[in-house]
Design a protein around this ligand. Structure first.
Ligand code: SAT
Ligand code: MN
Length: 589
């Protein structure tokens, strides 16, 4: 008798009509074979799917160029499909599941003709974790199969684990013909199902990541009493040998990955990384909040990664432990057959081609690497991976940080008065746009909890869910706001950032462990001067004051804008969030 899994795979094959079906086992031997297929057999246009890079300098590394129209997540083509539009909220594109299925069935019909369908069995989370989920993705391109081996725990054991059960997470993915007009990413939360076609890139195609581990998982968490969050997880070891675990959410271009891999400049402090993108947060038996990273790899933006900004990442990328490492849409140093990107240390090499394969030099007037070019590398290749990473129960979280890029207004760090105020700090999160992000520079975009593109249900209900989780925690983490990006009157950053951010983390863990007092302001608790460790840092009293200054007339505007922003989430918005905004407005009088 065929299992539910076998039947489902057969049905999808009847629809998509691949030449053959290949069940992956997740082994290294198989990864070699898939890379080989990507180099010799499969193509995107004229291009092979993989090219080998210089293994002397970049061990186990391969290069991939995506279709030129397919270089980032396609939010306008991403839908949540639930019969009730209200459940989905104004924060998502909505489609009725029946309509979505009809539309996609037409596009999927025969889309894998002449291609191989890879069946990828993978776990999100450690297989022994009570919080882990067994998943199957089908795809028709070796790049996605290999990427999923890096990003998840892929193994044929997952097939055994699923057995004849029906409740596994399903994803069907095809690159189709890369036509942007026939590109869709459809989520069916009630069925734990994702259907994606037309893209082979990142979050559109690696369905365990944003599609499942955030959009569908946030919905599951809402039903089941846990949280799926867009957060890094790290442990900070202090000179006493104690490790305090924290999570942090930040919109893109705020240095989230650099924070996850922070190299401390304070002696005796060490950061252990547990995750750089996604955290699943569950209430433990002791009433504390426990975090696991459901992923097993890092899918990071290459441009800007250097020995200065993230030395740990560069050594991770050059580690040969886990096979393979992928570079997607970076530029290429032709003479040395090495990847290159803007912001990498040193001058651009002489003989270069850009991410589309055209000759490039610094006078070309374009970027050599696609600004969203990426590396895909196993988390096990990082020398700073926490020894607790594989702990099935996760790690107990003492502090949650919300950050954004704000050149004005928001102090370097502040602590919420309580959980509800902390949820408000998360909900107001926003970031000013940078040149890297193809929009007008310096415009504030709100991105509550950095989850706006990833919350799989009504944002108002999501805030309500956060408030409820707080009520169930007997030992809730403290909640913080950070802002590394405040500028002086000349537009220069006041705070050095990067490795110096450990000074802020130090204060946060001391507060979380009830070891220092703090100063009350209307917007939250800020450090007493003597408690922020500034040893070895040359910063004037005046600049320090500016970092922490609270200007109440500016805050009044902010509070009113936040209140207005919340209105779009309609009647599902919990009254507590409006109350917090009103409290802030009143304290500005
Ligand atoms: O492409 S991903 O969604 O995985 C990465 C990102 O855009 O944050
Ligand atoms: Mn992300």
């Amino acid at each position: 008798m065929a299992t539910a899994l076998e039947k489902w795979v057969e049905e999808q094959a009847n629809l998509t009509k691949p030449k053959k079906i290949y069940w992956c086992d997740g082994s290294e031997k198989e990864a070699h074979k898939l890379i080989e297929i990507g180099m010799k057999e499969e193509r995107i246009g004229e291009q092979p799917v993989f090219q080998e890079l210089n293994h002397k300098n970049w061990p186990n590394s391969y290069y991939h160029r995506s279709h030129p129209t397919d270089v980032a997540r396609a939010e306008h083509l991403t839908f949540i499909c639930h019969p009730n539009k209200e459940v989905v909220g104004t924060n998502n594109n909505w489609m009725d599941p029946k309509e979505a299925k009809e539309k996609m069935t037409k596009l999927y019909d025969g889309c894998m003709r002449g291609r191989t369908m890879y069946v990828l069995p993978y776990m999100m989370g450690h297989p022994e974790s009570p919080y882990a989920k067994a998943c199957i993705q089908l795809t028709d391109i070796s790049y996605v199969a290999v990427s999923m081996r890096i990003m998840t725990r892929m193994s044929s054991d997952v097939i055994k684990k699923i057995g004849d059960k029906t409740d596994f997470v399903r994803g069907l993915h095809s690159v189709g013909d890369f036509d942007p007009n026939k590109r869709f990413i459809m989520h069916f939360p009630q069925e734990q199902l994702v259907w994606s076609i037309g893209s082979g890139y990142g979050g559109n195609a690696l369905l365990g990541k944003k599609c499942f581990a955030l959009r569908i998982a946030s919905w599951l968490g809402y039903q089941q009493g846990w949280l799926a969050e867009h957060m890094v997880i790290l442990g900070i070891k202090d000179p006493q040998g104690r490790t305090t675990y924290i999570t942090a959410a930040m919109p893109s271009a705020c240095g989230k990955t650099n924070l996850a891999m922070l190299k401390s400049i304070l002696p005796g402090y060490k950061v252990w990384m547990l995750g750089d993108d996604i955290a699943w947060l569950n209430i433990g038996p002791d009433g504390r909040l426990y975090a696991i990273n459901p992923e097993a790899g890092l899918f990071g933006v290459a441009p800007g990664t250097s020995l200065k900004t993230n030395p740990n990442m560069l050594s991770t990328l050059r580690n040969d432990k886990f096979y393979p490492t992928l570079f997607t849409n970076t530029a290429l140093d032709v003479d040395n057959n090495e990847p290159w990107w803007e912001g990498l240390d040193g001058n651009p090499p002489k003989n270069m081609i850009d991410w589309q394969g055209n000759p490039w030099n610094k006078d070309s007037g374009t970027k050599a690497a696609q600004p969203n070019s990426r590396f895909t590398v196993s988390i096990y290749n990082s020398s700073m991976l926490s020894p607790e990473y594989d702990n099935p129960r996760g790690v107990p979280i003492s502090a949650i940080i919300f950050g954004g890029r704000r050149t004005q207004l928001i102090p370097l760090v502040s602590e919420a008065f309580n959980w509800q105020h902390g949820v408000f700090l998360g909900a107001r999160t926003g970031s000013e746009t940078t040149a890297a992000a193809l929009h007008q520079v310096g415009v504030l975009r709100r991105d509550p909890m950095a989850m706006l593109p990833f919350c799989g249900y009504n944002m108002g209900d999501y805030f309500g869910h956060w408030l409820n989780i707080g009520k169930k925690l007997t030992q809730p983490p403290k909640i913080y706001s950070v802002n590394w990006f405040r500028t002086d009157d000349n537009g220069k950053f006041i705070w050095p950032g990067f490795g110096d951010n450990i000074r802020v983390l130090k204060w946060i863990i001391e507060r979380a462990n009830n070891e220092v007092e703090a100063k009350e302001t209307p917007i939250g608790l800020i450090p007493n001067k003597e408690d922020l460790d500034l040893s070895g840092l040359d910063i004037s009293e005046e600049r320090l004051n500016k970092l922490f200054s609270v200007n109440m007339s500016e805050w009044k505007n902010e509070a009113e804008e936040i209140k207005k922003y919340f209105e779009q989430f309609g009647s599902n918005m919990p009254k507590e969030m409006k109350q917090e905004a009103d409290k802030l407005i009143n304290s500005c009088k």
